[in-house]
Ligand binder design. Structure first.
Ligand code: PLP
Length: 368
């Protein structure tokens, strides 16, 4: 049996006629930049999130950069973030001129360890930027309390956590803004690059919209210099169709994770994902841990099962951050886990037969 890591084709097939006609409409009207599909999708996403503003942008990385920059973060400032994430989380901090300050992860949840944050706060700290990694909400209430105590901005990286929640409140709604990616493989994915910012803050929303559009709200009225980071109209059309199904797809992911947990429960050699109390984990990724990670990965590959590693090098250990002079021991959990984590295939269309096959092969590997 062949099980891909993600199967975008299965989802496309299930909505083909709707997506095709949405794309065709854009082609037919040749409104490739701007236009109704963007306004429509922004309104839909705003309604789903109960957010006052949604600003569509070119990708999830820009979404972060634009928010941090428009919050006034820049040279001389520090932004505290997690040591386990995709590089967008920290490279955007650097792009503003600020310095990323890494904190080790919680060994149970893989998200920033809230107990280690306070010791990293300095006079230069401007913001805390947690990531809801793999779809699991970071300890956001604790982090929000710290932000209030030290008067810091809270921005959330929701690229992997569409519709995740803590105590019924959606991730991305705790701080001043949340940033999303709609990269094709994300829980809500377009058919190319795209992303968005959500916020209730009128002034921040206006600044972000302006900055993403060459510093202008109206054509030729450039109030500042900005960048070109528009949400593509074809992508907005695709997202408009997909947003009708996203809650069902999210529920399906959670159900697949539940089945994985059930069928893998007796495999003592691997650690399964833990869901913190009162949180909704939306399983962008289903990540297990084993000391025999590389062997397991190649064995599964040989059995037709594609897996992935998110991420093989913790952020502070990357060559890109060598200048910060960190040692692996400064981030003991993230450094140890980078060699143990393995992401198993998960997507809404994955079926029980496939999950059982993966579980059976994992069991076979540890038996031999
Ligand atoms: C995907 C991702 C991003 C960036 O999104 P792009 O749309 O690829 O630019 C940012 N942060 C995290 C945690 C991500 O997983």
């Amino acid at each position: 049996m062949n099980i891909p890591f993600v199967d975008l084709k299965a989802q496309y097939n299930s909505i083909k006629s709707e997506v095709d006609s949405a794309i065709f409409n854009v082609l037919n009207e040749t409104n490739f930049i701007g236009g109704k599909p963007i306004k429509d999708f922004e309104a839909k996403f705003a309604a789903l999130y109960g957010s006052k503003h949604v600003i569509g942008v070119a990708n999830g990385t820009d979404a972060i950069y634009i928010v941090l920059k428009m919050l006034g973060i820049g040279a001389g400032d520090e932004v505290i973030t997690t040591s386990a994430s995709w590089i967008s989380t920290s490279e955007t901090i650097s792009q503003t001129g600020a310095t990323p300050v890494f904190v080790d992860i919680d060994p149970e949840t893989y998200t920033i360890n809230p107990l280690l944050i306070e010791s990293k706060i300095t006079k230069r700290t401007k913001a805390i930027f947690p990531v809801h990694l793999y779809g699991h909400v970071a300890h956001i209430t604790q982090i929000k309390n710290l932000c209030e105590k030290y008067n810091l901005l809270l921005v959330e990286d929701c690229a992997q956590s569409h519709f995740s929640a803590e105590n019924g409140q959606l991730a991305g709604r705790f701080g001043i803004a949340g940033t999303f990616s709609f990269y094709p493989g994300k829980n809500l994915g377009a058919y190319g690059d795209s992303g968005c910012i959500i916020t209730d803050d009128d002034m921040l929303a206006e600044k972000c919209r302006m900055y993403a559009n060459h510093g202008a709200l109206k054509k030729h009225e450039h109030q500042i210099e900005g960048i070109n980071s528009r949400l593509d109209t074809i992508q907005a059309a695709v997202l408009g169709v997909k947003s009708k199904y996203i809650l069902d797809w999210t529920a399906a992911r959670i159900e697949k994770a539940r089945i994985y947990n059930e069928v893998l429960e007796d495999v003592n050699e691997i650690s399964l994902p833990i869901v913190r109390k009162n949180t909704k984990h939306t399983f962008h990724l289903y990540v297990v841990r084993t000391k025999k990670r590389d062997y397991l990965k190649s064995y599964l590959e040989s059995q037709g099962i594609q897996t992935a590693i998110h991420y093989p090098t913790a952020l502070p250990n990357l060559q890109a951050y060598k200048y910060l002079n960190h040692r692996r021991e400064d981030f003991p959990v993230a450094s140890a886990y980078q060699d143990e984590i393995l992401s198993l295939p998960i997507y809404p269309e994955l079926d029980v037969i496939q999950i059982n096959y993966v579980a059976e092969k994992i069991r076979a590997f540890f038996r031999s």
